[in-house]
Design a binder for this molecule. Structure first.
Ligand code: DAH
Length: 336
């Protein structure tokens, strides 16, 4: 038998006090972790409520039902309070997350400036387009060339004075950076039989002193046509048709010239800033060049031409200095 050291009133007072402190504490909880700790603290197996209920045995039997009911009500009240606080904290957490991740669709986007085609590339594209329209196919060759393809096969042996005009950069193995796209003529003819109509764009190199119209690295477009019965008239007609297509009625002139790989040879000038600017070299392919690739010069004739892309771009856009193409100055490039 236990002796009653407690009466119902005392226990009731303890329960009421517990309710008051617990409700106050729960209302102040700020995180879900603390909420769980507090739940265990008040309602857990060894929690505050259990501690009080553990003393129930010491109550007079008549007080127990009242206190039991009271304890249950307290438990439910605290549980409800904890639940409400949990909802409040969860809602706040979601709200904070939403605010952090808000996507403002009215915000201006990031500006990415759109690039555009460099004037040299657009000029090359226009020239290629015209020749493709005339039935030519595009070919190309390496920028690092052998002496044979760049000079020798083009009828320019080592002691030929014309080499002086095309001094270039030599590599330790004897190869060189090609001085013109004419080397593509040889490479193409070696692998193909006539009839031939090719157009070959590419970068070229020369040990030139740079000035307003010369650069050490520049671009050319080569054309080559080989067939039976081609004459200088075909060459002239092709070049004229091409220039008229590109420039409209800008004045041009043919000038007799000399290249080791053509006979006869000519250069063509175009009006640029009040003076004549040489834009291309051309001629009838020298019979020796045809022999070098195994063609019969009695059966086939042909014409070739090499265009300076920079020069064409300068005439097209009235640009005063070739060096502007390479400095990447946006104030210049943005205009195209
Ligand atoms: N390769 C010459 C140069 O770079 C240009 C040239 C002249 C090309 C006459 C040709 C040609 O195909 O027939 O100066």
């Amino acid at each position: 038998m236990t002796t009653s050291t407690l009466d119902g009133q005392q226990l009731q007072a303890q329960l009421q006090e517990l309710q008051a402190t617990a409700l106050k504490a729960i209302a102040e909880i700020e995180t879900l972790d603390t909420l769980e700790q507090q739940r265990i603290h008040y309602l857990g197996k060894k929690g505050e409520l259990s501690k009080i209920l553990g003393t129930m045995g010491k109550l007079p039997a008549g007080d127990r039902p009242t206190i039991g009911t009271l304890a249950n009500t307290l438990k439910e009240t605290l549980q409800t309070a904890l639940e409400q606080q949990r909802h409040k904290l969860q809602a706040a957490q979601i709200q904070a997350q939403l605010e952090a991740e808000t996507l403002d669709v009215t915000m201006p986007g990031y500006f990415r400036p759109q690039g555009h085609i460099h004037p040299l590339n657009s000029t090359m594209d226009r020239i290629l387009d015209i020749f493709v329209g005339l039935g030519y196919t595009v070919d190309d060759g390496p920028e690092m060339e052998t002496d044979y393809y760049n000079f020798e096969a083009l009828n320019t042996p080592a002691d030929h004075p014309a080499r002086d005009m095309q001094d270039t950069f030599y590599l330790p193995d004897g190869n060189l950076l090609r001085t013109h796209t004419s080397s593509v003529q040889i490479r193409h003819m070696e692998l193909n039989d006539p009839p031939i109509r090719i157009v070959a764009p590419g970068r070229c190199y020369r040990r030139d002193n740079e000035d307003a119209t010369h650069a050490a690295v520049f671009h050319q477009i080569e054309i080559l046509a080989i067939d039976q019965g081609l004459t200088f008239t075909d060459l002239k007609g092709t070049v004229k048709a091409f220039l008229a297509e590109l420039f409209g009625d800008v004045p041009i002139r043919f000038r007799a010239s000399y290249f080791p790989f053509t006979e006869p040879s000519a250069e063509v000038d175009v009006q640029w800033k009040g003076r004549w600017l040489e834009v291309l070299g051309c001629g009838m392919v020298d019979p020796q060049v045809l022999k070098n690739v195994g063609y019969d010069p009695d059966l086939y004739t042909g014409f070739a031409a090499g265009f300076g892309v920079e020069r064409f771009a300068m005439v097209l856009h009235q640009i005063d200095d070739i060096r502007r193409f390479y400095t990447s100055d946006l104030r210049f490039l943005n205009q195209f």
